[in-house]
Design a protein around this ligand. Structure first.
Ligand code: GLA
Length: 390
């Protein structure tokens, strides 16, 4: 039932983009679907060369793209009702926080690699909520790089494309993100999550049998400011600890190694580094639990992950903590945690199918009473990565 509704939602999205493109540019575009992602466990470990366990989902961005005969390029973001014209030889970042920077960043990174592209038009529409921790950014970047690769026959591999997406975010958006989001969105496999080693950029797919459980996302519908600078601060704190330990990344150390420099770092940074080491271990343990079909252990690790993100890594917020506490009070939710960069966005919950309706009702009322704000609920399915639709 849910799946049917969602498939038709994506079909609507595809039609809207196609019709808008034909309406504006009188050409039939190449259509791309680029999904958002969830992450089951392994948060803030990717830029520490560690392990993550994400999956592409059935929500994403549809991009329609085709050559332009005009002297400039035109991009239309249908959700934002925003149109933007730019020239390929005059690229620089525009105002902070604008969606245009993702586009300009991807185009600039492609050109930097001496790949030849011509003028193009692009129409975009998304059903991944922004700032929900479901990686609408990576979905956007990947849709553009994939579309341009196809349109101008650039012959880039998927791996090259995700690094372009990541660099666009570093250099044009200003977030020094890891590679998890772009990877999951590009390489996702239906019904699978990917155990990704962020050092080797190799992953192992796991088909997960959730039995009588399912994954449910609850969006706090808050996105606290400072989000991006806090993210970059966490990354540089980790890099500093790694350099004190004379290793490339925190991935390379154990808790005993970390203890040897305890007196040289602030207690706050010590806890952050400790969190990263522990989260890496949890990610491996989570995959072992899945191999044994042991969803209870997986759930317990997910709860522990939240505890670490909130108390040690300090990237949670009141609203996320509240939703996880609500989940803990319900015996049928066997794991819950914040997902993504933090400071707002979604929690991911592993919940008994039978309890879904009841839990949604309960949490929605309590959240509204506590914060005067509605939360949103999204059931999701693990889906295929970026692909062409026509
Ligand atoms: C954001 C980043 C990712 C990753 C997560 C936290 O989504 O884009 O690279 O670091 O936060 O796990």
């Amino acid at each position: 039932m849910h799946l049917l509704i969602k498939e038709s939602m994506n079909a609507e999205l595809i039609n809207e983009v196609r019709e808008a493109f034909i309406g504006h540019f009188e050409a039939d575009p190449i259509l791309i679907f680029s999904p958002g992602r969830i992450n089951i466990i392994g948060e803030h470990t990717d830029y520490n060369d560690g392990f993550v366990f994400p999956a592409a989902i059935d929500k994403g961005i549809v991009a329609g793209i085709y050559r332009s005969n005009s002297v400039s390029c035109k991009a239309i973001a249908l959700d934002l009702k925003s149109t933007f014209e730019f020239e390929l030889n005059k690229l620089s970042p525009c105002e902070e926080g604008s969606w245009k920077n993702y586009l300009l960043g991807v185009v600039a990174e492609i050109q930097q690699r001496k790949k030849l592209i011509g003028n193009f038009n692009i129409v975009l529409k998304s059903n991944v909520p922004n700032g929900a921790g479901m990686s609408s950014s990576a979905a956007l970047e990947n849709s553009i790089v994939f579309g341009l690769n196809e349109l101008f026959k650039l012959k880039m591999s998927k791996e090259e494309m995700i690094f372009i997406s990541q660099k666009a975010e570093h250099n044009y958006v200003g977030v020094k993100c890891g590679i998890m989001d772009q990877y999951a969105s590009m390489f996702g496999i239906k019904d699978h999550a990917l155990l990704l080693d962020c050092r080797t950029i190799k992953s192992k797919p796991y088909k997960i049998d959730f039995k009588n459980y399912q994954l449910l996302l609850i969006n706090t519908n808050v996105k606290h400011s400072l989000n991006d600078s806090e993210y970059n601060d966490r990354r540089s704190a980790c890099e500093q600890v790694a350099s004190l330990l004379k290793v490339k990344a925190l991935r390379d150390v154990t808790i005993s190694d970390l203890k040897t420099i305890k007196s040289k770092v602030t207690p706050l940074d010590y806890q952050k580094a400790l969190y990263v080491i522990q989260e890496n271990q949890r990610t491996i343990k989570a995959v072992e639990a899945i191999e044994k079909d042991d969803l209870e252990t997986l759930g317990a690790l997910i709860f522990q992950s939240h505890e670490g993100l909130s108390k040690q890594y300090k990237v949670s917020c009141e609203e996320l903590d509240f939703l996880v506490e609500e989940a803990k009070k319900n015996n049928h939710v066997i794991g819950a945690r914040m997902m993504g960069g933090g400071f707002g966005g979604c929690t991911i919950n592993l919940i008994d199918n039978k309890e879904v309706e009841n839990f949604i009702e309960h949490v929605s009322v309590n959240y509204l009473n506590k914060f005067g704000l509605k939360c949103s609920i999204y059931p999701i399915a693990l889906s295929e990565g970026v692909h062409i639709l026509n």
